[in-house]
Design a protein around this ligand. Sequence first.
Ligand SMILES: *[C@@H]1O[C@H](CO)[C@@H](O)[C@H](O)[C@H]1NC(C)=O
Ligand SMILES: *[C@@H]1O[C@H](CO)[C@@H](O)[C@H](O)[C@H]1NC(C)=O
Ligand SMILES: *[C@@H]1O[C@H](CO)[C@@H](O)[C@H](O)[C@H]1NC(C)=O
Ligand SMILES: *[C@@H]1O[C@H](CO)[C@@H](O)[C@H](O)[C@H]1NC(C)=O
Ligand SMILES: *[C@@H]1O[C@H](CO)[C@@H](O)[C@H](O)[C@H]1NC(C)=O
Ligand SMILES: *[C@@H]1O[C@H](CO)[C@@H](O)[C@H](O)[C@H]1NC(C)=O
Ligand SMILES: *[C@@H]1O[C@H](CO)[C@@H](O)[C@H](O)[C@H]1NC(C)=O
Ligand SMILES: *[C@@H]1O[C@H](CO)[C@@H](O)[C@H](O)[C@H]1NC(C)=O
Ligand SMILES: *[C@@H]1O[C@H](CO)[C@@H](O)[C@H](O)[C@H]1NC(C)=O
Ligand SMILES: *[C@@H]1O[C@H](CO)[C@@H](O)[C@H](O)[C@H]1NC(C)=O
Ligand SMILES: *[C@@H]1O[C@H](CO)[C@@H](O)[C@H](O)[C@H]1NC(C)=O
Ligand SMILES: *[C@@H]1O[C@H](CO)[C@@H](O)[C@H](O)[C@H]1NC(C)=O
Length: 525
Amino acid sequence: MGNVPRFILALTMAVLLPYFVVSVSTKTKIDTSIDQSALQALKAHVVSDPQKILKTNWSITTSVCNWVGVTCGSRHQRVIAVNLSNMLLTGTLPPQIGNLSFLTSLNLMNNSFHGSLPIQLANLHRLKFIELGENYFYEEIPSWFDSFPKLQYLSLSANKFTGQIPSDMFERLPKLQSLNLGMNNLSGKIPIDLLKCKELQFLNLESNRLEGILPKEIGNLTMLRSLHLDNNRIEGEIPHQIGNLLNLEQLTISGNMLIWRPPAMDNLTRLRILDLSRNDLTGAIPFQFQNLLNLEQLNISFNLFREFIPSTIGNLTRLTILSISANYLSGEIPSDIFERLSKLQDLDLSSSWFRTSIPMSLFKCKELQIINLAGCALGGILPKEIGNLTMLRSLDLSSNDIEGVIPHQIEYLLHLEQLSISSNGLKGLLPSITNLTRLRILDLSYNFLTGVIPHQIGNLTHLRILDLSHNSLTGVIPHQIRNLLDLEQLSIYSNRLNGPISSFISNLTRLTFLQLSNNSLTGII
Ligand SMILES: *[C@@H]1O[C@H](CO)[C@@H](O)[C@H](O)[C@H]1NC(C)=O
Ligand SMILES: *[C@@H]1O[C@H](CO)[C@@H](O)[C@H](O)[C@H]1NC(C)=O
Ligand SMILES: *[C@@H]1O[C@H](CO)[C@@H](O)[C@H](O)[C@H]1NC(C)=O
Ligand SMILES: *[C@@H]1O[C@H](CO)[C@@H](O)[C@H](O)[C@H]1NC(C)=O
Ligand SMILES: *[C@@H]1O[C@H](CO)[C@@H](O)[C@H](O)[C@H]1NC(C)=O
Ligand SMILES: *[C@@H]1O[C@H](CO)[C@@H](O)[C@H](O)[C@H]1NC(C)=O
Ligand SMILES: *[C@@H]1O[C@H](CO)[C@@H](O)[C@H](O)[C@H]1NC(C)=O
Ligand SMILES: *[C@@H]1O[C@H](CO)[C@@H](O)[C@H](O)[C@H]1NC(C)=O
Ligand SMILES: *[C@@H]1O[C@H](CO)[C@@H](O)[C@H](O)[C@H]1NC(C)=O
Ligand SMILES: *[C@@H]1O[C@H](CO)[C@@H](O)[C@H](O)[C@H]1NC(C)=O
Ligand SMILES: *[C@@H]1O[C@H](CO)[C@@H](O)[C@H](O)[C@H]1NC(C)=O
Ligand SMILES: *[C@@H]1O[C@H](CO)[C@@H](O)[C@H](O)[C@H]1NC(C)=O
């Protein structure tokens, strides 16, 4: 019973289909031929295609709509998106690209396209999404970027663009939400007109040569969620209007020339990442940081902050990275500051002047992978609880006044790659380090360590730097040192070692630095 209607339907289709197909194909033929010749021109301008993607796939025997990286609109069968990202292509953009008049999305990210951008691109008024990052485009950023009234996303990051950011390009980009011009060679000031793009949520101008001040109109961009201005030459104060950007989640301005106290940011409670490092900011560390309860990364290293570490930092329980090194901080490290920082992975308080011992609360941070407390004027001992931090990869306590022995629990730190406790007051024997087979750097120089160098040192086959100089070590240099084939620096001068300098040294072919003097060693190398 059901066969009859189906038959009729098939018959009807058979009669109608030729007209249907013909009418559609003549229409698409005209339309796609424009797109096809434009894409063929692009293919012809690709001089290297090591994966033979375009070479094998972009064949004129199939519709452009089946070409890899090409998307057509379902109704009109015109090319609406070209996505050639991550294809290892080398080449230039031909002027014909301006004929893809239905294009809304162009993504050429992470290839080796070079040269300048053809002005014909400006014909593509439908573009909403332009991603040209990680290529080698050069010359100045063309001001015709204002030709895209629908543009929401523009990234030219990690190219070779030079000159100033053209300020008129922002006149007619009312929809722009994301702008990334980072990692180019752009100079001049941040154009005020850029701050008219009220819809911006993401703005990245990092790693250029931008100068002048950060305009107070930045406070107009109230939709901003990410602002990255690192590694430029921005000077003056951080405008207090930045405190209006209530949606900010990431604010990074490291490596500029900002001065004075940072403005109040109490209300930026959505901040997850705050990096103001490597500027000339002064004053006390702002107490208001205590309100930023969502902070995961706080970096204010290499500034001119004074006074002490506020204990309220201990309220920031989501912190994974805390870096306050190289300021003018003094006073105690608040003893309970680490009590609730259970997610902390990376702690850097180096180059401060604390004159306390290591707070015991530190050993509650079980996720810690990196501890840098070098040059902090720390006294006291290294507590045996260090052995609880079994995730540690790097422990740097150099240049302090830590006394006593190295606790044997150090042996539990199986992930350690760096152990540096040089220039302290350590006594006693070298710890058992047999299990620390991932160590690359072992620096216990300038202490008062005694006893022999254990032959198990030869098991640390990843060692690149071994510095035991300026201690009171005795006995012979264990010949197992010849197993340390990656060793680049061997420094054991100023000890009481004796015996022959055996030929083992000749096995250490990567050695570039060797200091054995001030011992009682015999023989020649
Ligand atoms: C080109 O790639 C697309 C998508 O991967 C595929 O569907 C098509 O069959 C390929 N065409 C040829 C000629 O290889
Ligand atoms: C482009 O292609 C890449 C994979 O090569 C994919 O990750 C990305 O989401 C695609 N989409 C757009 C809009 O570029
Ligand atoms: C760039 O593309 C290459 C080749 O597909 C890929 O191996 C590499 O991971 C990509 N780089 C980035 C940063 O995505
Ligand atoms: C495509 O663009 C080029 C250069 O911009 C132009 O000379 C040519 O006439 C256009 N071709 C078609 C088929 O529209
Ligand atoms: C950056 O631009 C300046 C001119 O503004 C030029 O002198 C310099 O060579 C460029 N640097 C690079 C790495 O392209
Ligand atoms: C910033 O906002 C203020 C007040 O709303 C307005 O007067 C000013 O023109 C805006 N500036 C820019 C650059 O949009
Ligand atoms: C933070 O918000 C409160 C309440 O809206 C307001 O009274 C206060 O002035 C704001 N603080 C700053 C620094 O903007
Ligand atoms: C924040 O820290 C201060 C000082 O350490 C403390 O008095 C206060 O109770 C803490 N607030 C919270 C929510 O933990
Ligand atoms: C160290 O670990 C031991 C055993 O897991 C535990 O009893 C001790 O409380 C821990 N010490 C600290 C300071 O967390
Ligand atoms: C060191 O390694 C040996 C052999 O793998 C193991 O038996 C011993 O328990 C380890 N010691 C520590 C302190 O982890
Ligand atoms: C240390 O190396 C020696 C060979 O030099 C090997 O016999 C021994 O098992 C190694 N010990 C450990 C704990 O890996
Ligand atoms: C060290 O060198 C000597 C002679 O050059 C060689 O016989 C010996 O196998 C080498 N030892 C190692 C561990 O490479």
